[in-house]
Design a protein around this ligand. Sequence first.
Ligand SMILES: Nc1nc(=O)c2c([nH]1)NC[C@@H]1CN(c3ccc(C(=O)N[C@@H](CCC(=O)O)C(=O)O)cc3)CN21
Ligand SMILES: O=c1ccn([C@H]2C[C@H](O)[C@@H](COP(=O)(O)O)O2)c(=O)[nH]1
Length: 269
Amino acid sequence: MNNRKISQYEDLLRDVRTNGQRGDDRTGTGTISVFGRQIRFDLDAGFPLVTTKRVHFKSIALELLWFLSGDSNARWLQDRGVTIWDEWANEDGNLGPIYGVQWRSWPAPEDRAIDQIEQLIKSLRANPESRRHVVSAWNPASLHQMALVPCHVLFQFHVSQGRLSCQLYQRSADMFLGVPFNIASYSLLTMMLAQQLDLEPGEFIWTGGDCHIYLNHLEAVDRQLERSPYPNPQLTFNRKPPAIFDYQYEDISLLDYRHHPLITAPVAV
Ligand SMILES: Nc1nc(=O)c2c([nH]1)NC[C@@H]1CN(c3ccc(C(=O)N[C@@H](CCC(=O)O)C(=O)O)cc3)CN21
Ligand SMILES: O=c1ccn([C@H]2C[C@H](O)[C@@H](COP(=O)(O)O)O2)c(=O)[nH]1
């Protein structure tokens, strides 16, 4: 079965490497890209953290907790040693109303704010069979204020046979640096929600729009593609926090993460 393989990410990376078309992009770096791809991960077959290079899980987990807290200032991350948003932040750490703000306080008329995560949890509890468990970060009225418009734009949860699944639509996908983060981040979110709702984690389905490799990542990608994936690590929680907003980094344990050495490459700004 495709969703129980351990090489979905590497297979897609190879697909883009082989079939990507040369093009220019906003950052001036240049890419090879394909449009429209999907990969799926069975979350009871281990945690889908890429093993063909070292991926810094702590940055991923802290970024997710930062989104969930509704914060969009990079200071909170910087105070915890996470530097992945530095290039886009101004001198005060400000990034404008990016993910955290749209998830937790989407601006609505009459100065109201919509907490999409709170509503999501309520709807998953009250009406698990609903086909409307959707969260959107793409707010056309706020895009001009954001340091970077959302890449992971919309996600939907689905409950079937006691299992909670998630599908993400990512409009733009930096295959080498961003996608390993995005897969792990949404898989972790799905496992946290499943724990809160007393459901089993189901599948994480990643759907990508423009899937690209930056030209200055090609050598790094070629090195990575010579490597064979290891079995997935396991992810467990050390306690059940009272609510989805109460998780701390220390509540999350990543076990048996066997990986190949780090491969570094510059991020395109
Ligand atoms: N071009 C680009 N690619 C991205 O993936 C990306 C952006 N821009 N802008 C916004 C966020 C920031 N994200 C980032 C930014 C940097 C790394 C990065 O440099 N990763 C290194 C080091 C990780 C660390 O310091 O923890 C890596 O080896 O994975 C990863 C994701 C994902 N996003
Ligand atoms: O979570 C993320 C955030 C960003 N990216 C990548 C995708 C692109 O390479 C850039 C964004 O540039 P746009 O011109 O706005 O598409 O950042 C990612 O892969 N994952």
